[in-house]
Ligand binder design. Structure first.
Ligand SMILES: *Cc1c(COP(=O)(O)O)cnc(C)c1O
Length: 430
């Protein structure tokens, strides 16, 4: 198929994330990718600012990850997980238990982030059920959250600004506290947690778990909130006997400058969801971890955990993931993330003075320019591509989270283009 035919077929038949069939967004055909560069079929090369949605932390076409996939392919790409185990699943799980905060030690390997959220929520509900507490079946979360696109995950996404507003009638109703209003560096004031505390006090009898994205509210607005907020959440969950689920799918594996974002607060959850960067962006895989307490609790009186996807523990994905995590541990990721953070802080700062810009913020390798008005996606996307970078803005946000291996010159190109576009962004006129 020629380049144009490929695009034509795509336009007519293929759904992309959150798109229309009658008014499709333009797409760019990528032929290959290597390091931090995406190569288009028309020959252009783009510097990648997105890590394919938080995932490709070591860049594309990495020799060691390639080898891990090839080696495993020659042994077996898949075998069922019911009644069978294998080295890739065990090695990956050992790494996950070792890397995550200490009380987490039971691993459920799932297919994707949303599934790991479903699994985490089920764990919490089954836990209380097995303790003979049949009332605790609801969740408490905060507004502006994002936890995935499956139904239960949707039910804890932001009910208004989320992507799932039309489903509110069919979704289970949970408790929502206001989104954290404190910024990452704000001095703590107990008023920041007031609404959350109140909702928990009022409803803890029917709440199985609190679910939150730790420190970074990602798809809900790229807001970074105070670690003290998270510390208080942990205390309140303990006080009111509610489990804490932390969704580290976007933040996990070094993205915010800590291995897991909850480490900023020095706390650990009862249940943790990880995904995205786990295979270094090679293929889909996620995991849900929990404590001995929850694991044993669910298993009381012959109880079993009721989940078991067909491709659970896929050896190919597990082998790449284990290699990816070893690569992370062997490399100087802390230093790389720190350098990216420092460089972005310096280079993005001038945007604060632009008329169209509301806020500029950086945490770890996440760099955000928040505009005053939403951008016209099609137009902004084309500007970025024409300037040689892959940055995909959404709403009022122009942001990057590049692979950790990005070189300083390439990062400068990304930040320069971000400034150029945000100086005079294509915005919707209201
Ligand atoms: C991406 C994401 C999910 C969903 O993961 P998928 O792999 O897309 O199903 C859930 N929670 C957070 C915080 C995410 O960033």
């Amino acid at each position: 198929m020629e380049y144009q035919q490929l695009l034509d077929f795509d336009r007519k038949h293929i759904w992309h994330p959150y798109t229309s069939m009658t008014d499709p967004q333009p797409v760019y055909a990528v032929e290959s990718a290597s390091g931090v560069r995406l190569k288009l079929y028309d020959g252009r090369e783009l510097i990648d600012g997105m890590s394919s949605w938080w995932a490709a932390i070591h860049g594309y076409n990495h020799p060691e990850l390639n080898r891990a996939a090839k080696d495993q392919l020659e042994k077996m790409s898949h075998v069922m997980f019911g009644g069978i185990t294998h080295r890739p699943a065990v090695e990956l799980s050992e790494l996950l238990v070792r890397l995550t905060p200490s009380p987490l030690e039971k691993v459920f390997l799932c297919d994707a982030g949303s599934v790991s959220v479903e699994v985490g929520i089920k764990m919490a509900m089954q836990y209380w059920f097995a303790q003979g507490n049949k009332e605790k079946q609801k969740l408490l979360t905060v507004r502006s959250g994002y936890h995935g696109d499956t139904f239960m995950a949707m039910s804890v996404c932001d009910p208004v600004n989320g992507m799932h507003e039309m489903y509110t009638q069919v979704l289970p109703q949970h408790h929502f506290a206001e989104a954290p209003t404190c910024d990452f560096h704000d001095k703590w004031d107990e008023k920041y947690i007031q609404d959350f505390k109140y909702k928990l006090e009022q409803n803890h009898q029917d709440i199985a778990a609190v679910i939150l994205e730790p420190i970074v509210q990602g798809a809900g607005g790229m807001h970074f909130y105070s670690p003290e907020y998270l510390r208080r959440v942990r205390e309140l969950c303990d006080q009111y006997e509610v489990l804490l689920i932390l969704d580290e799918i976007a933040t996990g594996f070094g993205r915010t400058g800590k291995m897991f974002a909850c480490e900023h607060a020095g706390i650990s959850p009862d249940i943790m969801c990880v995904g995205k960067a786990i295979t270094g962006g090679y293929m889909t895989l996620a995991a849900t971890l929990t404590t001995k307490q929850v694991g044993d609790g669910i298993s009381r009186n012959g109880g079993v955990f009721m989940h078991g996807p067909t491709f659970m523990g896929n050896p190919l994905a597990c082998n790449v993931a284990a290699t990816n995590l070893n690569l992370l541990l062997q490399g100087s990721w802390r230093e790389k993330v720190q350098n990216i953070e420092t460089q972005m802080q310096e280079e993005l700062a001038p945007a604060s003075d632009f008329d169209a810009v509301h806020d500029v913020r950086v945490l770890g390798t996440i760099g955000v320019i928040e505009l005053k008005n939403p951008v016209i996606m099609k137009q902004a996307q084309k500007e970025f591509v024409d300037k040689g970078v892959w940055i995909r803005p959404f709403g009022r946000l122009i942001y990057i989270m590049p692979p950790y291996i990005i070189k300083s010159e390439d990062l400068s190109t990304l930040t320069r283009v971000m400034l150029e576009v945000s100086k005079n962004p294509p915005i919707q006129k209201d």
